[in-house]
Design a protein around this ligand. Structure first.
Ligand code: AMP
Ligand code: MG
Length: 339
């Protein structure tokens, strides 16, 4: 066990973070989506240390982060025309694109796949660290495998203290849910593998032809071959048993009146959801963007409260709401009740 250094975002601290990364250590870094567990994507031992720190299954590939568009060319065998258009529109930003990987990307990084997911974050600190390191940075979310993703440096410390060299504290993540992940099919089809802040509606501005992969809204078994390995693993789970309640605010309120015990915690969107109820509540807010921003902290808060059972309002399945719904479904192990 060793101390994990908590670093600031001043030049000297970022220099220290980059030095550690160059030497093959794992460093927690802020991005606009969630905190990432960064290591040099081209250094096999460093990448193995990420999998070890997280307890992540070896076949679940890592996203590779770059800070300049020119870095992309050396990392992939081919850049589809559609990827160029998406990069122009959404980079830097919370969009990961899956492309055929170049040999320089080690198989540990790509989880044994022949493809690699690449993203250029918009967070300035993340981009500075990548540039100072001088190498692309592989970074999954900086939580223990299976736990809610971290949106503050303190969340990272809670899961990773003593497991990694340092964490750069860049404050709260602006978006709060992980990047949108897409792949390309043929010349003009985008396949959505994981919803995020870049919504289906945003992607449709690039092409009408956007397909939502089955794994976004349905449970896939551990043995099934999926287009994105992360889909099949248990995710974002707080200790509490969470159930998502579909329906209006009034439906939710009535459902809780009839079914919630006094110790159950409610994840609400507005005051009306819990009107007249005595239960402890965590309010996620009314807009899908605020819900995305607060969700993971709320799931961690359930644990801090010692909640055994929680009922949550069901997000909209459009815009950023689809990303919130996708994460909440997994946190709830797909328990959904129509009120
Ligand atoms: P995380 O690192 O926790 O943000 O998760 C990354 C997600 O991206 C996982 O769901 C992975 O399965 C997915 N992903 C990363 N690389 C690829 C790839 N080459 N092909 C398909 N999915 C990928
Ligand atoms: Mg993750």
């Amino acid at each position: 066990m060793f101390e994990t250094k908590l670093l600031g975002t001043d030049e000297e601290s970022l220099g220290t973070a980059a030095k550690l990364l160059k030497e093959g250590f794992v460093v927690g870094i802020p991005t606009e989506t969630v905190y990432g567990l960064g290591a040099d994507a081209l250094n096999e031992d460093a990448v193995r240390a990420i999998f070890q720190a997280k307890g992540r299954p070896a076949d679940n590939p890592l996203i590779v982060h770059i800070s300049r568009l020119e870095q992309l060319e050396g990392l992939v065998r081919e850049i589809p025309a559609m990827a160029v258009r998406c990069a122009e529109k959404f980079w830097p930003g919370p969009l990961t694109m899956i492309m055929p990987k170049a040999d320089i990307i080690p198989e540990v990084t790509s989880g044994g796949l022949d493809t690699v997911g690449i993203r250029m974050p918009s967070n300035e600190t993340a981009r500075k660290v990548i540039t100072l390191t001088g190498s692309p940075i592989a970074a999954p979310s900086a939580n223990l495998s299976g736990s809610p993703s971290p949106t503050t440096a303190m969340h990272v410390m809670k899961d990773m203290n003593g497991r990694i060299a340092a964490v750069v504290d860049g404050g709260e993540c602006a978006v709060g849910v992980e990047s949108t992940v897409i792949s390309f099919q043929g010349r003009d089809c985008i396949r959505l593998l994981r919803p995020g802040f870049i919504s289906v509606e945003d992607l449709r501005e690039v092409t009408e032809n956007v397909v939502i992969d089955k794994g976004v809204l349905e449970m896939v078994g551990e043995k099934v071959r999926v287009s994105s390995p992360g889909m099949k693993y248990k995710h974002y789970a707080p200790k509490a048993e969470v159930t998502v309640i579909e329906g209006s605010s009034r439906d939710f309120n009535r459902f809780c009146r009839e079914n919630a015990d006094k110790d159950d915690v409610l994840l609400t969107f507005c005051e009306g959801d819990s009107a007249g109820l005595e239960n402890r509540c965590i309010c996620l807010g009314e807009s899908d963007e605020i819900q995305a921003h607060r969700l993971f902290d709320a799931l961690r808060e359930l644990d801090a409260m010692g909640a055994k059972r929680a009922f949550s309002r069901c997000p909209e399945k459009t815009g950023v709401g689809l990303a919130v719904y996708n994460r909440l479904l997994r946190a709830a192990a797909f328990r959904v009740i129509r009120a």
